[in-house]
Design a protein. Structure first.
Length: 398
């Protein structure tokens, strides 16, 4: 084949793509007269405008294209189909592209950037690699579940830069139909990820901002003295000792589930009766040093006698427990406890502290709260104490 500037020397499918042996002047008459090949494509290039050509397929579809070379790379851009594009219009567009190329600009750069732009699936991959490790294990697992079950099935293939408010709002509304609280958590996770996308330069503004949360009723359940008695009795009789002891440990320390299940012996000073929780296991991602009671010490001594591994609460294989759902459900049934979550043990611990005279700062310190307003949710537990104090003042002022 005679050489011609910007004509491809080779083709990916040389057996199906046939190029005219010599360039010619492309006109509407020529395009209409082009015979379709039996298979593949036939390409005719223009004799005047470098790389400008018309392609006809076996199905007689005609389209204009421009071949060019930039940065040592051979490229082809499709201009449009004939007759929607006339030869004159296609030639003008090719000339415009050629001017860009002569300036060193790639007319396909914007398209390539759009094609390679990160998707929501890519956002999750980076979120999982860079952000999830900064969260407590249980929280990270919850986040991952929301991505896998709620966000990715709906938005995964979509480009991050193409996300709009309506996409995020529709995601929230669709989940809200059956799980309104879950919908709030999902949009919080997505909003955080999109804020990170802004930091990474993937996005200019957060399309999840402004999604209206569903109303949530603050629920706090405290176990009564009789319920506590039934609970501890059921725990003592349960055959699954590791998980039953883990639940009792949560009740006696007010710790979170993840903190208990990730507890290892090197975190405990058994002589001083102090538990030092690593920042990696706490919700606030802060080191938390807290003393524990004689009853907890006795429980740990019993665990120590039966466990030889690193985990305080290990399963039959010796690995740390990952959950206690089944044991908790069984214990609640045995103890006849209704509408009680595992996390309610933490609330109950705080209520017992308050009723025993512990101040809010002490309650916050034992629970590991980093902000006073977090502990303030238990302020109402002091109403009786405060009422007695005001009555005392009133009596003195008679």
């Amino acid at each position: 084949m005679p050489s011609h500037p910007d004509l491809p020397a080779t083709h990916e499918n040389t057996d199906t793509v046939r190029t005219q042996t010599s360039p010619t002047h492309i006109t509407d008459k020529l395009v209409r007269a082009l015979e379709a090949p039996g298979t593949g494509n036939r390409i005719v290039y223009d004799e005047k405008l470098r790389g400008f050509g018309v392609r006809v397929t076996a199905k007689s579809v005609r389209s204009f294209n421009l071949n060019f070379r930039i940065a040592g790379r051979e490229r082809r851009i499709t201009i449009g189909k004939y007759p929607a594009w006339s030869v004159a219009a296609a030639r003008r567009q090719a000339e415009s592209y050629r001017r860009e190329i002569d300036r060193g600009e790639d007319p396909l750069a914007e398209r390539d950037a759009a094609r390679s732009a990160p998707t929501v699936k890519d956002l999750f991959a980076r979120y999982a690699a860079e952000h999830l490790p900064t969260k407590a294990p249980r929280s990270a697992a919850d986040d991952r579940s929301m991505w896998v079950k709620d966000i990715l099935p709906r938005l995964g293939p979509k480009k991050v830069a193409d996300l709009r408010f309506d996409d995020c709002d529709q995601l929230h509304r669709s989940i809200s139909q059956s799980r309104p609280t879950r919908a709030n958590r999902v949009i919080e996770v997505l909003r955080k990820a999109l804020n990170l996308a802004i930091r990474w330069g993937w996005l200019e503004r957060n399309p999840a901002s402004g999604v209206r949360r569903n109303p949530e009723e603050k629920r706090t359940r405290y176990l009564s003295p009789s319920e506590l008695a039934r609970l501890t009795e059921a725990l003592a009789a349960h055959p699954q000792r590791a998980s039953a002891d883990a639940i009792l440990f949560m009740l006696l320390t007010g710790c979170r589930r993840g903190e208990a299940l990730s507890a290892t012996w090197d975190q405990f000073d058994l002589a001083q009766r102090v538990w030092s929780k690593p920042a990696a296991t706490t919700k606030q991602r802060r080191f938390h040093r807290v003393p524990y009671s004689a009853r907890v010490a006795a429980l740990l001594d019993e665990r120590r006698a039966s466990e030889c591994g690193e985990a305080v609460f290990a399963g039959p294989t010796g690995n740390p427990l990952t959950d206690v759902k089944r044991t908790w459900a069984s214990v609640c049934e045995t103890a006849n406890l209704e509408d009680v979550r595992l996390h309610d043990l933490r609330h109950t611990y705080a209520s017992v502290l308050a009723s025993s005279g512990a101040s809010l700062p002490v309650v916050g310190a034992l629970l590991g709260h980093s902000q006073p307003q977090t502990t303030a949710r238990y302020a109402h537990l002091y109403d009786d104490t405060l009422r007695l104090a005001t009555e005392a003042v009133s009596e003195r002022l008679r």
